[in-house]
Design a protein around this ligand. Structure first.
Ligand SMILES: [Zn+2]
Length: 105
């Protein structure tokens, strides 16, 4: 079994319509679609239209088990470039640069 860093709802959505946020306990959660970034080896990839449950109170995002299975399948495919819908340019910053520019001597 792979371990997931993604938080999951404590309650199964199908059986509990009055589900609560697994992070803060708020009942104000809604289904939506999100865009998520994943590191795959040394590549950063973006997956759009991922079904997710978002908490209106703390903005935590949750994926249900079936969504995680599909994300695992995508990861297993290795995110081949020819399957990509689009490509993005991603700016890269260094933490160290900020430390240098902040110190006013
Ligand atoms: Zn919450």
């Amino acid at each position: 079994m792979e371990t997931h860093s993604i938080l999951k709802l404590e309650i199964e959505m199908e059986e509990q319509p009055a589900a609560r946020c697994g992070n803060c306990g708020s009942p104000n959660i809604h289904d939506t679609r999100v865009r998520s970034a994943f590191w795959h080896q040394d590549r950063l990839v973006v997956v759009e239209d991922v079904p997710a449950i978002v908490c209106d109170a703390c903005h935590e995002q949750f994926y249900d088990d079936s969504t995680i299975v599909v994300l695992d399948l995508l990861r297993g495919d290795g995110f081949p470039p020819e399957k990509a819908r689009a490509e993005m340019r991603v700016p890269v910053f260094s933490f160290g640069d900020r430390l240098v520019s902040k110190s006013d001597s």
